[in-house]
Design a protein around this ligand. Sequence first.
Ligand code: FAD
Length: 375
Amino acid sequence: MIGIIGGGIIGVATAYELAKLGEEVVVFEKKYLGSGSTFRCASGIRAQFTDEANIKLMKYSIDRWNELSDELGHDVMFQQTGYLFLATSEEEVEAFKNNIKLQNKFGVPTKLITPEEAKEIVPPLNADAFLAGAWNPEDGKASPFHTLYAYRKAGERLGVKFYEYTKVIGIEEGWKIKTTRGEFKVDIIVNATNAWAREINAMIGKDVVPIKPFKHQLVKTEPIERGQIEPLVCPPAWNDSYVIQDGEDGGVICGTALEYESSPDDVTPTYEFAKEVLRWAVKIVPALRHVHIVRQWAGHYARTLDNNPAIGKLTENFYVAIGFSGHGFMMAPAVAQALAEKIVKGRTKVPLDWDWFDPWRFERGELRSSAFQIG
Ligand code: FAD
């Protein structure tokens, strides 16, 4: 039996993939499934990264996103509405060109577009403020709620047992998992607790992945007419601020990089964030000043030292998939499949660079180039 600790998108998707390979799986979640970062994310999915490992992983993940609704038997609302990064200086345009070259090398069809072309894609855009855009129409978005539900139901049909409100409080060699609802004997453990992962790794004396939780927030507007801001639109030089219309109801989700180092249990939104994010959002799309904000919420980026997750074996029969920063939702389909296949078959066809994401790299003092951060 395989025990997964953490019922976010990574734990739930991995449970499904393991069950698909014939494994008996139990998932322990201290609150309700999705209550960690997953239900608090901005829904964005992109292959526009700036290094080979993340580009290849996300190109594959997008292929999986395309299959998910049919495979899982529930619409996850995946839509390829693109990501549009916008440059405000000549240096940034040059950096975009280099990134585009690398992305094209691995089959991601990003291209440089003019501000006029950007305005055709996002009609209310303040296009005059930008010199160029990096546009990948294959990037997109999906519903975190429907995706988690789809994986959960498909997992349950294959026999996965989900224990909600069941906190893991200790682990004994062997493995015996102690929870607030009793003890469970399992053969293999997967730690998928993201921002809480150090607590679990410490339970087996292997606190070797330095993860710090940073509170990140979003505001969302009332619904606006569809087709206005469908892609995720982000000028990185404007404090990594972004706007994107929610794929489900058309409200506009607005984010910015203002973050606070905080306990992952602290999800109180701040007024400072609301003021800051709106300052940028109305610069990107001026008409947003006429739209009401209806929600604000907070979650956490679980950040490693190089902003790349730690995925792989920590010790015999104990695996981790943790520290996903702003990318865990988009990566989940690829990471879950890769990890499940690695555990069961010892190999996977998913192009996941195990060395790049090795959880032991920090102990060796090896850092990767920082993964590009935006949601
Ligand atoms: P989580 O969803 O955090 O799940 C971990 C679970 O472990 C939690 O439910 C927690 O309760 C449980 N747990 C912890 N300790 C225990 C214990 N002792 N026992 C049992 N259970 C335990 N990603 C994207 O891909 N695209 C985006 O656009 C995007 N935007 C974001 C915007 C914001 C504001 C935030 C905060 C995040 C965003 N992210 C985005 C990041 C994304 O939300 C996360 O990377 C992803 O949800 C991580 O999933 P997870 O399953 O690893 O972790």
